[in-house]
Design a protein around this ligand. Structure first.
Ligand code: TEU
Length: 532
């Protein structure tokens, strides 16, 4: 097993995603900001994570809450200033926390100066920086490509009587990544942040960067029976195009030249065989961590999860480092998806699997989705296709810190941009760190993260003997630790000789187990096993 000093830092780190609008407000406008994150750094240290990823903080009209960037090299005044950012980065580094920025290379805001130029005339030098096509008859779309957020991916622009492509909102025109000038311009923006000392990027929709140069129609999806119109066609010409790999490799080459050894993370929703191609090859390396979202997408059943882990481990190319994600700002929260009891089992799974784990803010509190009334809806995905489950507001609710009005996310008088979850006092950091809250979700995460830091085998060690029944999942790490997970709400008999280091119930001291053990409903165990 490689020692800590030989392996890159991002292999033994734990990533914590902050959705900045919802973490901590310091300006009383009900929207979180950079000084708010600064004020909460010590909480993150106590939690035990070691890398922060912040969703976009660049100037933006906020049509998609920052994923519509109008300037890649500045900070939106809503979040603070560049000086605030530099202060946050320095304070994070002082505490041995790494900081990763979200970057959105696929599209800009329609207010970005590049797009304003591009749309101004057919002969503008930046015309080809975006994807313009003649419309069909009567200004119909040039082809059948759908937007991820419903409707056509094309919007007709009367200024030049052509249509532009937007894989997401009309306010998010797609850049033309075939154009070398676009690559150069984006790479200069990446350098701007790398030069300031950031520790890497999470690249938005990396698998969508390149589109078919012939703009061929996507084939109809025979399995489509309603829901997001995105799925009415198969993304044959709009996703995972082979040329994407050379771009990811170029990005990687750029990052590898920096002394802080920044990490390149790709947001990639693909099946495992395709996903792992984004590691690249030893000669042409690509992403360090193509995000693995399969724990989110796989039914929460022991046989399915066991198979997923086996398939993923088997598919990894030589030298590739695994990673797992349990939640993010686009997905129903963990505690709502699988329930509060299994959410604790999931925490043990995420933090004992081989690979870099990514946590979503407030999942450590077991926070469920917020209830959003119709007048509270903010997410454009929901507003464009109402009522079919596309809304992402429920998982973006403010972090509940203390048992004071507005949970100390903002001042008591302020109006939070999204509502707090119902019954939020039950979930606050304050409630979960009370002396009598010995078994809280937050305490479980702290204990798990402490154990990971203390035992390098749990981060860098091998994984083996991944076995399951219909109800339980078991694996070992570095022949040293054995993890037993009960994925049901019924007791389950297991054979588990070893020293019990942690139960997800957090109610037992270190004890020696000699043989048969009955896992309690929704219980997860970490044992140290005798050496064979
Ligand atoms: O998301 C990309 C994306 O494709 C998701 O919308 C995905 O389709 C869906 O959540 C899968 O269930 C990224 C960002 O994470 C998202 O917040 C942005 O809205 C989007 O890109 C556009 O930048």
């Amino acid at each position: 097993m490689p020692s800590d000093s030989q392996s890159p830092w991002w292999q033994s780190t734990t990533i914590y995603q902050i959705y900045p609008r919802s973490f901590q407000d310091t300006t009383t406008n009900g929207i979180g900001d950079l000084p708010g994150i600064l004020a909460r750094l010590d909480y993150l240290v106590k939690l035990g994570i070691s890398t922060i990823w912040i969703s976009p903080i660049y100037p933006s009209p906020m049509a998609d809450f920052g994923y519509d960037v109008a300037d890649y090299t500045a900070i939106d005044p809503l979040f603070g200033t560049l000086a605030d950012f530099d202060q946050l980065l320095a304070a994070a580094h002082d505490r041995n926390l790494r900081l990763i920025l979200d970057f959105v290379p696929n599209h800009t805001s329609d207010q970005h100066p590049w797009f304003l130029e591009s749309r101004s005339s057919l002969t503008n030098p930046k015309r080809d920086w975006y994807l313009w096509r003649d419309p069909g008859p009567d200004a119909t779309p040039p082809n059948n490509w759908p937007s991820n957020f419903g409707g056509s991916a094309w919007t007709f622009d009367p200024t030049t009587s052509q249509s532009y492509l937007h894989s997401f909102l009309p306010q998010q025109p797609d850049l033309n990544w075939w154009n070398p000038e676009v690559r150069t311009a984006i790479f200069a923006c990446l350098e701007f942040w790398l030069d300031r000392g950031i520790d890497g990027f999470r690249m938005d929709v990396l698998w969508l960067l390149i589109k078919d140069p012939q703009f061929r129609d996507n084939p109809p999806n025979p399995q489509y029976f309603g829901g997001n119109t995105l799925w009415s066609v198969l993304p044959k010409y709009t996703a995972n195009q082979p040329e994407t790999h050379s771009i990811v490799h170029q990005m990687r080459t750029l990052l590898d030249a920096y002394p802080q050894r920044p990490v390149l993370i790709g947001e990639i929703y693909l099946d495992i065989p395709e996903l792992v191609t984004y590691y690249g090859t030893p000669v042409l390396p690509e992403a360090h961590l193509p995000f693995n979202f399969h724990l989110i997408q796989t039914p929460w059943q022991a046989p399915r999860i066991a198979q997923l882990i086996r398939d993923y481990e088997a598919a990894l190319p030589p030298g590739a480092w695994p990673n797992y994600v349990l939640g993010n700002h686009d997905q129903t929260r963990l505690a709502t998806r699988i329930g509060p009891y299994q959410a604790r089992v999931a925490a043990v799974l995420l933090l004992t699997l081989r690979g870099t784990p990514t946590l979503y803010y407030a999942d450590e509190l077991g926070l469920p989705d917020a209830l959003i009334t119709p007048s509270e809806i903010r997410d454009p995905a929901e507003l464009r296709q109402p009522g079919i489950g596309q809304g992402r507001d429920p998982e973006r609710s403010p972090m509940p810190w203390s048992n004071t009005p507005n949970a100390a996310f903002t001042t008591p008088e302020a109006t939070t941009w999204l509502p707090l979850v119902q019954n939020w006092p039950a979930y606050t950091v304050e409630t979960q760190t009370q002396p009598d809250a010995l078994h809280s979700s937050l305490r479980l995460y702290q204990a798990l993260l402490r154990l990971r830091r203390a035992q390098p085998e749990l981060t860098l060690g091998s994984i083996e003997n991944i076995t399951n029944t219909d109800q339980t999942l078991t694996y070992t790490r570095a022949q040293t630790f054995q993890i037993h997970l009960n994925l049901t709400d019924q007791p389950q008999q297991i054979q588990a000789p070893g020293t019990l280091l942690l139960t997800s119930y957090l109610d037992q001291p270190e004890t020696i187990i000699t043989g048969p053990y009955t896992l309690r409903p929704n219980e997860a165990l970490i044992l140290r096993i005798p050496r064979t």
